[in-house]
Ligand binder design. Structure first.
Ligand code: AMP
Length: 258
């Protein structure tokens, strides 16, 4: 595996055959690794990007404290089958005079996490558009864990004719059901135990029952809502809640398995 820091290096030499991209903010766990393994199985070259994107963090959010460990991430990504780790410095992605953005407008980005984190999805779509242009992937892999993000990226790719197949991958969970997340590192033992209530809540597949499960655990949700990612896709029951200093999200496809 090669670690590269610039868009120019990504293109010299331009890899032969198909390219799969797995965008991440690092501190890799089994959820990320499942995406990397799938990309490696389906493409000639797998690029994993590692970039904590300041534009998708709001004021007072956890940008500074976000967990980082590039050496560990590099070892895990390589073991999972990555060929290239793209770990650009901030100025490579956002030079000082950077003033452009990509925004998916409308209900897809104003509900759920879009309501509680204004500007978040604009930051996500901007960085993913840049990654698509810098890496030039044939396929890009995103987790169903961030169901609304996946829907936003699908819409952006379609609306703006990015020649990329956007592939959604199932949620990877801990043994007690907690959806894996880099932010789980913020949880102390008691909070970690409490956090499994989110997965039990969405597993009810029903908004009212999900509310009851969270209330019984003493967790005040930021939202519990059903959401339809696209007209031809099934609805998702999604939840967000703060447990300790971690803002956690989870969801289930209604009528589905994960
Ligand atoms: P992040 O580093 O949190 O931005 O996540 C990078 C990618 O990994 C996103 O497409 C996430 O949806 C995906 N991902 C994160 N956690 C999981 C999980 N538990 N299962 C599956 N995919 C995940």
């Amino acid at each position: 595996m090669r670690t590269v820091r610039t868009a120019a290096e990504l293109r010299s030499p331009r890899p032969d055959g198909s390219v799969g991209l797995v965008p991440t903010m690092g501190f890799l766990h089994e959820g990320h690794l499942s995406l990397i393994r799938r990309a490696a199985a389906e493409n000639d070259t797998t690029v994993v990007s590692l970039f904590v994107n300041p534009k998708q963090f709001g004021e007072g959010e956890d940008l500074e404290g976000y967990p980082r460990d590039e050496a560990r991430d590099a070892a895990l990504a390589e073991e999972a089958g990555a060929d290239v780790l793209f770990a650009p410095p901030l100025e490579e992605v956002y030079p000082p005079d950077f003033t452009s953005s990509v925004e998916v407008e409308g209900p897809l980005t104003t509900v759920l996490c879009g309501a509680g984190r204004p500007g978040h999805f604009k930051g996500v779509s901007t960085v993913v558009a840049k990654l698509f242009n810098m890496v030039g992937p044939d396929r890009a892999y995103f987790g169903q864990k961030d169901a609304q993000q996946l829907a936003v990226i699908r819409r952006m790719a379609r609306d703006l004719n990015f020649p990329v197949e956007v592939i959604g991958c199932p949620i990877v969970r801990e043994a007690d059901g907690l959806a894996m997340s880099s932010r789980n590192a913020y949880l102390n033992n008691g909070e970690r135990e409490l956090a499994s209530a989110l997965s039990r809540a969405v597993a009810t597949q029903n908004e009212a029952d999900a509310r009851t499960v969270l209330a019984e655990a003493g967790i005040e949700p930021e939202y519990i809502e059903t959401f339809r990612p696209a007209e031809d896709e099934p609805a998702v029951l999604a939840v967000a809640a703060r447990v300790g200093r971690a803002r956690l999200i989870d969801n289930t496809i209604i009528g589905g398995k994960s």
